[in-house]
Design a protein around this ligand. Structure first.
Ligand code: C2O
Ligand code: CU
Ligand code: CU
Length: 460
């Protein structure tokens, strides 16, 4: 079945697929992990915030750990009054497991369960979030990290995963509107409470003199984090999950690392002996803001930068720039806008953005073709052109790409699934179209995604 027909089928026949679509047959028994979304409350500051969404009561969505090359099965039950799905951001999985409403599955209704069943080929730092009612459910907290462990333990002394996310709260702790039309038409609507794993400036004890693997994921709906790493021996070891090929500079106050919504970075840090806390800092504007602290404890393990474990490359089919077809993709304002129809996944009155001058008409609109057709088994260059003064973290599902060149800066040629396009920037990215299907392709500033800056790419 072609993607187009499958899409129309999903739109037309959704009602029956929706009722307990367990889908995938059982092969080798991998114990399914039950996940259930639910409403909860949580105390960020002085008063509890109601109406949050998590997979746990009174706690953030859990860190999920699976293993490279091992089957992972998640039974996702929607305990919310609204429709939902789960998307596994960055995982190269079969299209039917990608969690995109109408494109790959019918939205999961209240009380229904959908089985996500896939075998992650790549190790690294990934994450999960809903792809239906995305704006609301992510703003309400439903974002979590998914760590795919290497086949062999690489041997860090500690492994920490930090989910970087903001919330928009008023003084009484109640949630403010998730976005404003003004923000959506520009750089996005920022939150005002910065959290790491839903906490303000948490302190983590780590082995003194040990090598810490720190996984940082930007899961906010809007904020581009400006990260500053401590002045310690260390190295950026992975980008968007994949071990880096090209070295990346150490982020400093003068030159912070931009981590846009959807992006991840893994850092190896050599801890000093016991003593002062080590701060992870972000810049809010130009003002440093402490996000979290590491506290070295115990007898000094005495490691040095030369002891940082080397990660094995993931099995990515290397694309060939010479034989690649070039495709132009322009991100800009919307020429006109009559609203977006996401069916059961929310509708929007506003359209501000477009891809190749077409605003996305919505998840649930029938007969919408792909932004691009990519011949399977071939290499392709996507020329990503930002015709706006705003930043756009452009994300492609199901595939990984490597930046080749930018008109504005040196970009390290590391594989990833989300590229932060700067103001008026043009970046060529190279990919091998080896995973067939209809893959969502959108800005990860969710209020941009939901007001036109979305589409899909067909590999087949
Ligand atoms: Cu992380 Cu289509 O999303
Ligand atoms: Cu994704
Ligand atoms: Cu955007």
């Amino acid at each position: 079945m072609t993607g187009m027909r499958r899409r129309d089928l999903l739109i037309g026949a959704g009602a029956c697929l929706g009722a307990g679509a367990f889908g995938v047959s059982h092969g080798m028994a991998a114990a399914p992990v039950a996940l259930r979304s639910r409403r909860t409350s949580y105390q960020f500051r002085d008063t509890p915030t109601q109406g949050l969404v998590s997979l746990a009561d009174g706690a953030p969505p859990p860190l999920l750990r699976v293993r490279q090359g091992a089957r992972a099965v998640f039974d996702y039950t929607n305990g919310l009054e609204d429709y939902s799905t789960i998307h596994w951001h960055g995982i190269r999985l079969p299209n039917a497991m990608d969690g995109v409403p109408y494109l790959t599955q019918f939205p999961v209704g209240q009380g229904e369960t959908f089985r996500y069943d896939f075998t992650p080929p790549d190790a690294g730092t990934y994450w999960y979030h809903p792809h239906c009612r995305t704006m609301e459910q992510m703003a309400q907290g439903l974002t979590g990290l998914l760590v795919v462990e290497e086949r062999e333990d690489p041997g860090f002394d500690a492994d920490l995963a930090f989910n970087l996310k903001d919330f928009r709260l008023d003084d009484a702790g109640a949630m403010l509107p998730y976005f404003t039309p003004r923000g959506a038409a520009r750089g996005g609507t920022l939150g005002n409470v910065q959290t790491v794993n839903w906490q303000n400036d948490p302190v983590h004890e780590v082995p003194a003199g040990g090598i810490v693997r720190l996984r940082l994921a930007a899961t906010d709906t809007t904020r581009v984090y400006k990260l500053v790493l401590p002045d310690l021996p260390g190295r950026i070891i992975a980008w968007d999950g994949h071990p880096v090929d090209a070295p990346m500079p150490w982020p400093t106050l003068e030159a912070p690392l931009l981590l846009g919504p959807g992006q991840r970075v893994d850092v190896a840090l050599v801890m000093p002996p016991e003593g002062a806390d080590i701060a992870l800092t972000g810049l809010l504007g130009y003002t440093p803001h402490r996000m979290a602290r590491l506290r070295p404890v115990g007898s000094d393990l005495g490691r040095a930068a030369g002891d940082i474990p080397v990660l094995l490359p993931n099995p990515i089919a290397r694309p060939d720039p010479a034989g690649a077809e070039v495709h132009e993709v322009v991100f800009g304002w919307s020429p006109d806008g009559s609203g977006v129809n996401n069916g059961l996944c929310g509708t929007y009155d506003y359209v501000f953005w477009s891809i190749n001058r077409s605003p996305w008409p919505g998840d649930a609109v029938e007969g919408v073709g792909p932004v691009l057709n990519l011949a399977q088994g071939r290499s392709h260059v996507l020329r990503l052109r930002n015709e706006s003064p705003n930043l756009h973290p452009i994300h492609l599902h199901g595939l990984v790409f490597k930046p080749l060149r930018s008109n504005l800066r040196q970009i390290p040629a590391n594989y990833g699934d989300t590229l932060l396009l700067l103001k008026n920037e043009v970046v060529d990215v190279l990919l091998q179209a080896d995973n067939p299907g209809d893959w969502a392709f959108h800005c990860h500033v969710i209020e941009h995604q939901k007001t036109g800056l979305s589409g899909y790419v067909r590999v087949g």
